[in-house]
Design a protein around this ligand. Structure first.
Ligand SMILES: CC(C)(COP(=O)(O)OP(=O)(O)OC[C@H]1O[C@@H](n2cnc3c(N)ncnc32)[C@H](O)[C@@H]1OP(=O)(O)O)[C@@H](O)C(=O)NCCC(=O)NCCS
Length: 209
């Protein structure tokens, strides 16, 4: 349907009433919704997809979590996912938000997170990189990986990305959506892509000397 959004002079019907009328014209009736629900329940592809999800969360959450070192009192969202859990260490009371992914290196690189650190939703912490510089398809090249260490009492905002080899000092704050390409000093507040220091957390210890 092509809509003409030109304002109509002296329109008798307010726009919100027209919108409501159009929406109710498209709304499914109760029996229609029930029929759709039953069709979904009887569709073997829907159940096949459920099995795929169970399999996915088994290899991306349940199994790696068994291999990880997890300190006491951690709160880990059931939708957080992990790769190479045997190289991931969480301190005490670490919180990991929804859909966050921790990706340690396939061969050696570790991810270490200190006590009381909070990691928001949709964060990516990846200790692994594809190589791309020997002329072969990326898929066929070796992977490169480097340790990531995140100190105690750090807060990582939603959607941040922490790249391989980075160290985030104790007490630092990483803003929502930041891309951390450099080390972050203790108690610094960083934001942006690439992440830059935008402030200093209150209570930061005075610099030595
Ligand atoms: C980083 C953060 C903690 C900073 O808070 P703050 O100290 O109160 O900072 P301000 O709001 O005073 O902003 C200071 C400056 O940094 C900028 N800034 C703040 N957060 C930013 C972000 N995430 N990305 C880019 N720039 C940001 C502001 O625009 C402002 O710039 P200006 O001085 O040019 O206007 C906060 O903005 C943030 O990102 N919180 C994460 C929230 C979140 O993810 N919650 C859910 C997960 S638990």
């Amino acid at each position: 349907m092509i809509r003409d959004n030109t304002p109509v002079e002296n329109a008798t019907e307010p726009a919100s009433a027209m919108f409501r009328a159009e929406r109710s014209a498209h709304k499914r009736s109760r029996p229609q919704r029930l029929r759709r629900f039953m069709a979904g329940m009887l569709d073997p592809r829907a159940w096949g997809h459920l099995l795929k999800l169970v399999n996915y969360y088994n290899y991306a959450h349940v199994r790696p979590l068994r291999d990880m070192v997890v300190g006491p009192g951690c709160g880990i969202s059931p939708t957080a996912t992990f790769a190479y859990g045997e190289r991931i260490v969480l301190g005490a009371r670490v919180v990991i938000g929804e859909h966050t992914r921790l990706w340690a290196g396939p061969e050696h690189a570790r991810i270490t997170i200190g006590d009381d650190t909070i990691i928001g939703p949709n964060v990516i912490i990846t200790a692994a990189n594809y190589r791309f510089d020997d002329g072969a398809p990326i898929h066929d090249q070796m992977m490169a990986a480097a340790d990531i260490s995140i100190g105690a009492d750090v807060w990582i905002g939603g959607g941040a990305i922490i790249l391989a080899g980075r160290k985030i000092g104790r007490g630092a704050v990483v803003g929502a959506g930041a891309v951390v390409t450099q080390d972050v000093p203790a108690f610094a507040i960083v934001a942006g892509a690439p992440a830059r220091t935008i402030g200093q957390r209150a209570g930061a210890p005075a610099p030595a000397g």
